[in-house]
Ligand binder design. Structure first.
Ligand code: CO
Length: 677
């Protein structure tokens, strides 16, 4: 590789704190924003792909540009713009006409203050037998269709709903134990006022007495005492090399990035195949997450937060300084973001890098010679965790020694629950305790995968396992005979894999099919595997967890805004401007943007620079065991090499005795086992 190896000077290097603050001063001065202007987002404007390619080919470094999204509270207007740091000038600037920029942390705090001080709200809390001083309010996104008609939708809004802590000792923790169903406060985020308060009436007059109190904090529980320490020791350090934001590990090479909206971004994922640096992914991220509720109860039917487009997974990322429980050696990257005043704000240790033992990689016992060959599986983990109100989402990328990659989400935290009224056993919600329900809901995690399998031009084909009905005669040995296969199954054993090459975007809007073992292959038809003659490729396959359909109806408020969720797979022709599957500004947006709109063009996607968008849709049918904190629920997908290598690329992984003193280790293990006696 050429000068792209220079970590700190790379065009995709995240913004430094000084760059963030300089961009904001340039924008506010040049555009004359009022004192009341708020910086929603100051983030690297990633250079267009063509400029990055030119740079990699030895061309000039692309211009350093910064994307700014701002809200001027005085004007009641939102803006997006581009600042050139090279020219110290605003080079693009326009008002956001459709939708609102996402909400920011400062606004969450203000919504809670504003609503809890509101006398009408306090009275509504009292009607539920609760102390208004113990009420908390969470700012949910207002959506579009569900904003009451007497509220001007042009205002910047949040929909506040409430919970009550059990007693003053809770100090805000365990806060999501007791929902105060039926209280809805629409708040103007610019004016900091309650625009409308609706109380649909209490479902119980004693919320605190009716619902169980379930504590989870360490000091509030008796902890089990039979757990012994489990340490991971890496006496010679980790097996990776980190240079700036680039990691090399077991032939893998990847650059990490981080922004407000998506959080962690992977750039330029490649594999060193015997000295040949082969690209696989140009960019990978989670550009939208929608959580949508299926309960027609008016307390909940409106709920459909867009956790990326309306809240920002990056901005809500945890600092893993202490809240990270990874074992062994770790490397962290900080994230430099901005606060509402345009000052740089650091999330220390936002991204975690570590290695994990993952059980068996491969093994064979040859009984004739008594030879055991066995290899342990090690994986590299790059992750971050984001807390969106009650929920905590962990995002993990795993790189494996066998050439596969896995994208995984772990959902934990608290379910957003409600009060049972007369709606027991409807199926729209499950009872999780006395008077307490958890509404059926989906979490749809969209992953954007800009593939570049051995080059920019790729093709996607769908693979399905097909049965063959009994046919009368003989076996036709013609390879890939397209003849009517029903004639080729005299004994009833025949089945085959059916490949369908996607030519256009309209053909590539697909659902999973576990019966057919459906998966998709991203291939490069111009590069052939030397051993098989087949195009090199990667498979996109299901991983852990059940990936359900998204059961919301076309025309519903949520499908208008999150139409992308109706299909698991989308494939689009690459376009620098197509970044978020629900559009740039889903907050308070009437909908119709993003993937469904782009793909109306029905562009050719065969042998093109393409992007694969894949949804993991997890449906939660809650049980009391999900309470008070959800044991992490996992959903994932896998990318597996298919004719990319000529053999198992992990055959050269050394056995344990080759990398450590096994005799010494066995002695130490025995000593530790003897402790029991
Ligand atoms: Co859930």
């Amino acid at each position: 590789m050429s000068h792209t190896d220079d970590g700190s000077d790379h065009p995709l290097e995240p913004l430094a704190p000084t760059e963030i603050e300089r961009s904001w001063s340039i924008a506010t001065e040049e555009r004359g924003l009022s004192e009341d202007a708020r910086a929603i987002e100051i983030t690297l404007a990633e250079p267009p792909k063509a400029a990055l390619r030119a740079f990699e080919d030895g061309g000039p470094k692309p211009e350093r540009r910064v994307r700014i999204v701002a809200r001027d509270k005085t004007e009641g207007a939102s803006y997006e713009g581009i600042v050139s740091l090279d020219d110290e000038a605003v080079v693009e600037w326009s008002e956001i006409e459709r939708g609102q920029p996402r909400m920011i942390g400062e606004e969450f705090v203000e919504v809670e203050q504003t609503v809890t001080e509101n006398e009408e709200f306090r009275e509504a809390v009292r009607r539920r037998g609760a102390d208004p001083d113990l009420a908390i309010v969470t700012a949910w996104s207002a959506g579009y269709d569900f904003v009451p008609e007497d509220i001007d939708r042009e205002r910047r809004l949040a929909h506040g709903i409430a919970w009550v802590q059990g007693d003053a000792e809770d100090e805000g923790a365990e806060a999501y134990n007791r929902p105060l169903s039926g209280i809805h406060a629409w708040v103007d985020l610019d004016d900091r006022e309650v625009v409308k308060l609706v109380d649909t009436g209490p479902k119980t007059e004693d919320v605190v007495g009716t619902l169980r109190t379930s504590y989870y904090r360490e000091e509030k529980r008796d902890l089990r005492e039979d757990l012994e320490p489990y340490n991971v020791i890496q006496p010679e350090g980790p097996s990776w090399e980190v240079d700036g934001h680039t990691v090399e590990w077991q032939n893998w090479r990847v650059r990490v990035g981080f922004n407000h909206r998506e959080g962690l971004v992977l750039h330029d994922v490649s594999y060193d195949d015997d000295g040949d640096e082969r690209t696989i992914l140009r960019r990978a991220s989670w550009p939208e997450v929608v959580t949508a509720y299926n309960d027609p109860d008016p307390d909940h039917d409106w709920k459909a937060p867009f956790d990326v487009g309306e809240y920002g997974l990056g901005r809500l990322a945890n600092s893993l300084s202490e809240g990270c429980d990874c074992l062994g050696y770790m490397h962290y990257w900080d994230a430099a973001l901005n606060d509402a005043d345009g000052n740089a704000q650091l999330i220390p240790n936002a991204i975690c890098l570590h290695e994990e033992d993952y059980g068996l990689l491969w093994k064979h016992y040859d009984w004739r010679v008594g030879d055991h060959e066995v290899r342990r599986n090690r994986r590299l983990v790059i992750s971050f965790i984001s807390t969106i109100g009650n929920y905590d989402f962990g995002f993990y990328w795993y790189f494996y020694q066998d050439g596969s990659v896995e994208g995984e989400v772990r959902l934990t935290g608290c379910n957003a629950t409600g009060l049972l009224g007369d709606d027991r056993e409807t199926g729209y919600a499950e009872t999780i305790g006395p008077g307490h329900k958890s509404m059926l809901h989906q979490h749809v995690f969209n992953c954007r995968l800009d593939f570049e399998v051995d080059g920019p031009k790729n093709t996607v084909q769908e693979v399905n396992l097909r049965e063959v009905p009994y046919g009368p005669d003989g076996y036709d040995p013609t390879p890939h005979a397209d003849a009517d296969r029903k004639h080729l199954n005299p004994h009833g054993n025949a089945a085959y894999v059916d490949r369908t090459r996607f030519e256009r975007e309209s053909e590539a809007k697909r659902l999973t099919d576990t019966h057919a073992g459906r998966y998709w292959e991203i291939v490069n038809e111009d590069v052939r595997n030397d051993a098989t003659g087949e195009p090199v490729g990667y498979r996109l396959m299901g991983g852990d967890g059940t990936n359900t359909a998204f059961p919301m109806q076309a025309g519903s408020g949520v499908v208008k805004r999150a139409g992308f969720a109706k299909k698991h797979l989308w494939v689009t022709r690459y376009d620098d401007d197509e970044r978020y599957p629900a559009g740039e500004y889903p907050n308070q947006n009437p909908g119709g943007e993003g993937l469904p709109a782009w793909t109306e063009a029905d562009r050719s996607i065969a042998d093109e620079d393409l992007v694969v968008w894949y949804n993991l849709c997890q449906t939660h049918v809650s049980v009391p065991e999900d309470w008070p904190i959800l044991p992490a629920k996992i959903v994932s997908f896998k990318l597996q090499p298919a004719h990319f290598f000529e053999e198992n690329p992990a055959i050269d992984v050394p056995p344990e005795h080759a990398i450590k003193d096994v005799e010494k280790w066995k002695t130490e293990r025995q000593e530790s086992m003897d402790l029991d006696e």
